[in-house]
Write a protein that binds this ligand. Structure first.
Ligand code: ADP
Length: 400
């Protein structure tokens, strides 16, 4: 905690705990650049840790890391903490910010995690069984490591909580909506960052009708009007909408009934198919990685790419309809920021929506990639979810 409001020797951690990974970033009281960032992957197996400093130089982990230290989230966090203590001995840790996938209907803004909040977040685990328990494991690990230090939750669902009822519900009996079966939408931290960037880059466009395409391993699109969420391609779970690395995207619920009744799959087996064996990987029988598919040139890889592009175009059309037109399309995420081919493919034949790319600018990964004469702007904006969490932590704990 700051002494007399002086935060100058304080820093704080941003944590993003997944099922087998822990992404970390260490920020000082001020500044957008992380002092340290990196990730631990394959937690529970052989554990791989990579940390770098603000200049991008690899930081050696603290001495004495034993085999097995990376076997759990708590162990991985302890290794990160020891490394921070070694490289930043004078820094006092004043807060920890967490990416929490699900804030339910209740939480539409970042907040300090009290015992009551923790209980509510635990109760939301059935809504996101593959993500929420891991996020909360990260919170528990940080609470144990830093007793008394504020833990701040930042929700991937919060950005979408303002969306109108028709885009928040399913056509199910109303009791399901009351139970919390809603279209929550995800990737909200990314959308918040990008709408903030849009306000700086192009305030007039930001005040208009924008679709943001966050195309990473997980992928979604969000319709935003004047900075506020209108509709999202992801719904109750992060499965809906676009095809993804290993997730199916939009699916006819009749297929799930077929898997249950005819194939006699258990819910766990269905979850494995939908979350881990579908999407680009399932269609290509090769890889979930767009780079590999682009390089492969096989008919199977081509089909996976074609399906990914078709889904993106359909979602874009649907979201533009919700906005009553389109002023700007923004690409983001690993694929959106880096794939010249996928951006071009998604935008082809969309001249009727005013979308036309400048091939040279697209190839250069310029920020503005639409053609001069195009009616609809197309931009590429690199997302930065950790920075959104960092800014929220500062605001919530009063750090400046
Ligand atoms: P996550 O959702 O796990 O954060 P990312 O946003 O890092 O994922 O995106 C990962 C995806 O981005 C992978 O499919 C990867 O192949 C793709 N990607 C990264 N660089 C390129 C590139 N140069 N060309 C095509 N795809 C790329």
């Amino acid at each position: 905690m700051a002494v007399n409001g002086d935060w100058s020797d304080c820093g704080f951690l941003v944590l993003n705990a997944g099922s087998s990974s822990l992404k970390v970033a260490l920020f000082a009281a001020t500044g957008d650049e992380a002092l340290l960032s990196g990730k631990v992957e394959k937690i529970g197996q052989d554990g791989v840790i990579q940390l770098k400093d603000a200049q991008g130089q690899a930081l050696p982990v603290a001495e004495g890391v034993a085999e097995g230290d990376l076997g759990t989230h708590t162990g991985a966090l302890m290794v990160v903490i020891r490394t921070i203590q070694r490289h930043f001995p004078a820094l006092r840790l004043a807060a920890v910010g967490h990416r929490i996938v699900h804030g339910g209907p209740q939480f539409n803004a970042p907040l300090v995690i009290t015992p009551d909040v923790m209980q509510t977040l635990e109760a939301l685990a059935p809504f996101a069984p593959l993500h929420q328990p891991h996020n909360l494991a990260g919170v528990r690990a940080a609470m144990a490591a830093f007793p008394g230090v504020p833990q701040v939750a930042c929700f991937d669902t919060a950005f979408h909580r303002d969306q109108p009822f028709v885009n928040d519900t399913f056509g199910l009996p109303s009791r399901y909506y009351e139970q919390g079966v809603r279209r929550y939408g995800f990737h909200g931290l990314s959308y918040e960052y990008i709408t903030g960037q849009m306000r700086q880059l192009a305030p007039q466009l930001a005040a208009g009708r924008v679709v943001v395409a966050h195309l990473g391993n997980g992928a979604s699109m969000c319709a935003v009007h004047d900075g506020r969420a209108v509709a999202c391609s992801m719904g109750f779970s992060p499965l809906d909408g676009l095809a993804m690395g290993t997730r199916c995207g939009q699916i006819d619920p009749g297929v799930l009934l077929y898997m249950l009744d005819q194939e006699k799959l258990s819910s766990a087996e269905i979850a494995r198919v939908l979350y881990h064996e579908s999407g680009l990987l399932g269609l290509s029988d090769l890889s979930n990685d767009m780079r590999t598919l682009e390089a492969a040139g096989t008919p199977q890889a081509q089909r996976a790419i074609d399906y990914f592009v078709m889904r993106a175009q359909r979602e874009l059309g649907a979201l533009a309809a919700q906005l009553g037109g389109l002023d700007a399309l923004v690409f983001s995420g690993g694929i959106g920021e880096n794939s010249v081919l996928i951006r071009a493919r998604i935008c082809e034949r969309l001249g009727w929506m005013g979308i036309e790319l400048d091939p040279a600018r697209n190839a250069e990964h310029a920020t503005w990639i639409s053609a001069e004469q195009a009616r609809t702007a197309v931009l590429v904006v690199r997302t930065h979810e950790e920075l959104v969490i960092a800014r929220s932590v500062r605001a919530v704990v009063g750090m400046a």
